[in-house]
Design a binder for this molecule. Sequence first.
Ligand code: GZL
Length: 324
Amino acid sequence: MIITRRRLLVTSAAGAAGFALAPAWAAPPLKEKATYKVGFAQTESNNPWRLAETASMQAEAKKLGYQLVYTDAAGSAAKQASDVNSMIAQGVDAIFLPPREDKPLVPVIKAAAKAGIPVFLIDRDVDHSMAKPGEDYVTFIGSNFVEEGQRVAAWLAKAVDGKAKIIELEGTTGSSPANDRKKGFDEAIKQWPGMTILASQSGDFARDKGRQVAETLLQAHPDATAIYAHNDEMALGAIAALEAAGKKPGKDVMVVSIDGEKDAVQAIIDGKLGCTCECNPRFGPKAFSTMKDYAAGKSIPPYIKNDDNFYDSTNAKEVLASAF
Ligand code: GZL
């Protein structure tokens, strides 16, 4: 029995070869070529993290001499799906995709596979009950978001001696980072009975939305002593909301976050942000090297983890220059 890339080739006892639909199809192959036309369907460009990711992908494509078909979905999963469809129609060789939310992009991921175009998920994953790595797409390259939430929870517990009334600012509803950063943090704080979540609401990973939501929740919960933001942009929005309310961030209310953007590292130095777990947006080199390994026939694991650094007052000064 020979398992080709596309299907199981079953040879019967009589030696006649017949093609049986494999129980699970493999992701489409990618021919080794001197150059490629590759799609990158970005979710939006409203924050330094996404801008840094785009810059990294464009720089690596340029360095390799590949043609990059870039689209920006301006915060709409529906538009991101139609952007992927247009890449399929253009006949790109491969697609890099950060699914804005974990379900709406599944149909177009499958459509790309059906069209023989391998999809590499970067930075955000899909719902594995709907699409599988190694079959519908090649792999997911990204941070472990559950771990990020756990690391921030542990840091906060230590900083507040296990006692905090927490407002949680969630990322984009339905996105894998928001789902898992919530799962990791909310589960972890159960170890400390003195840490409770007063309210949890999405700020869509955006600074101004994060500020608005923080303002509303702080008015509803004046007894809050900590804010956990799923990304730095919302944490910086929350810091602005605290100051507008005459509260001292880092003193009256401890703010903790994820990403590691420059403004957040500066806020740590200024004593306004307690910590941020890095989530490196510079995907270019690893994304393209994974694609080339795949084309060369190397086996690609279903998940390729990005390791995250962690920043607080002990190291913020030394990392500020290299922060995105
Ligand atoms: C994480 C990425 C998240 C960042 C946000 O991989 O999807 O999206 O944490 C960004 O800043 O908007």
